[in-house]
Design a protein around this ligand. Structure first.
Ligand SMILES: [Zn+2]
Length: 399
């Protein structure tokens, strides 16, 4: 039997499954076919929740004597967009000029394909592993992310699964393989401010109460002063006002209501709770400033609504894990990767509650784009890095 040691072959099989979120598309079955000959036991729990599609997930474990390494990822992909603008069809895995084209090539079927190839090569060479390896693969990362990683972690933990470390195989490299390992992420919070006023004639403002004035002063208070100047491990906290809406088509009418939405990415100066308190504080103070509301004695009448659940900030401090990965990159590529906490949130934010987690995968340049593609050379290199890491991490743990 041929083991799945060739990452390009593994990836081609996965790309040919049209697993546009939330469809399984055959991708998990393909994984199962690859993992079983390697000695993995495979389970595919389906999770449901009202108002969201049922999602099939996969948890595969190969048990051994020693520590437990978890590889986490997703097989669902984003829609292809305008299929006619693809140079090669998005689910054909065609190769041109040393690159494989297809939706999910880098985000992140490619990372999964390389990790499986790395395990297969290791087992082919050594015949055993000094510990356990599991793959925690969701079909719901690009969708609502409700019936995916969080539930899969809870489900596995309830069965008694425990992990010593995790690698998430998302594309972390901005330009070239080996650029960047992610060792943490900023937190994220979104909110809406609604200012209530009184509708009226623009020529008789004393009879109305213009909510736009109040909203301007509140928004300004969110933007100044800066929240912090960054920390040793994180870039500065950043708040972006993402929308301001009054919905008023008339120029001679003062509207009754004005709304602003914002998103804040916060570093380890804050927790979700302290940054929320800071924002409440700034808004309350600004609301009491009277200058934008000439003739009005009352503070700005506003409501602040937090949207969704906050994503918490985290930083992984497991030196052995970070050194094993960073050392493997250096051995294979010949340069040290940056250890970064930049960018958006990822499923690592859920995994960090169970074990130390780092993220390293392919080059992210073409993710979610038309003509998503990966260099075959990168697939080979990432496989070598993962294999080296597997050897190094399990050896280190034993010693
Ligand atoms: Zn992804």
């Amino acid at each position: 039997m041929t083991l799945p040691t060739d990452p390009a072959r593994n990836l081609a099989a996965l790309i040919r499954c049209a697993s546009v979120t939330p469809a399984e598309g055959g991708a998990l079955s393909t994984l199962e076919t690859m993992l079983k000959p390697l000695g993995f036991s495979v389970e595919r729990p389906v999770f449901s929740e009202g108002g969201t599609p049922d999602i099939e997930n996969l948890y595969a474990r190969r048990s051994g004597n020693g520590p437990h390494l978890m590889f986490a990822g997703h097989t669902d992909v984003v829609p292809v967009g305008d299929e006619a603008s693809w140079t090669h069809p998005p689910f054909a895995a065609e190769i041109a000029k040393g690159e494989m084209f297809g939706r999910g090539a880098v985000d992140m079927k490619g990372g999964i394909a390389c990790f499986i190839a790395a395990v297969a090569r290791h087992l082919e060479a050594k015949d055993s592993l000094k510990g356990s390896v599991s793959l925690l693969i969701t079909g719901d990362e690009e969708g609502p992310a409700i019936n995916g990683t969080t539930k899969l972690l809870e489900w596995a933990a309830a069965k008694g699964e425990k992990w010593d470390a995790s690698i998430v195989g998302e594309p972390t490299n901005p330009d070239a393989l080996g650029d960047m390992i992610k060792i943490g992420r900023r937190g994220s919070l979104s909110g809406s401010i609604v200012v209530n006023g009184r509708q009226g004639h623009a020529a008789y403002p004393q009879l109305a109460d213009n909510p736009v004035r109040g909203l301007m002063t509140l928004v300004d208070a969110l933007l100044h002063p800066v929240f912090d100047r960054g920390t040793k491990d994180f870039q500065p906290t950043n708040l972006e006002v993402t929308s301001i809406d009054v919905g008023n088509p008339a120029t001679n009418v003062i509207a009754a209501k004005a709304t602003a939405n914002f998103n804040i990415r916060f570093n380890d100066t804050w927790t979700a709770e302290t940054i929320q308190a800071e924002i409440h504080n700034r808004l309350d103070k600004a609301a009491k400033r009277k200058k934008y509301r000439a003739g009005k004695k009352a503070p700005v009448d506003y409501e602040l609504v937090w949207r969704d659940r906050p994503s918490h900030v985290f930083l992984t401090r497991d030196d052995r894990l970070i050194e094993a990965l960073s050392g493997s990159v250096e051995t294979v590529i010949g340069r040290k990767p940056a250890l970064s906490t930049s960018g958006g949130t990822s499923d690592a934010r859920f995994i960090k509650d169970y074990c130390p987690v780092v993220e390293f995968g392919l080059v992210g340049k073409t993710m979610h784009m038309v003509d998503e593609r990966v260099a075959l050379a990168d697939l080979e290199t990432l496989t070598q890095i993962y294999q080296r890491f597997i050897e190094d991490w399990f050896e280190r743990d034993v010693s």
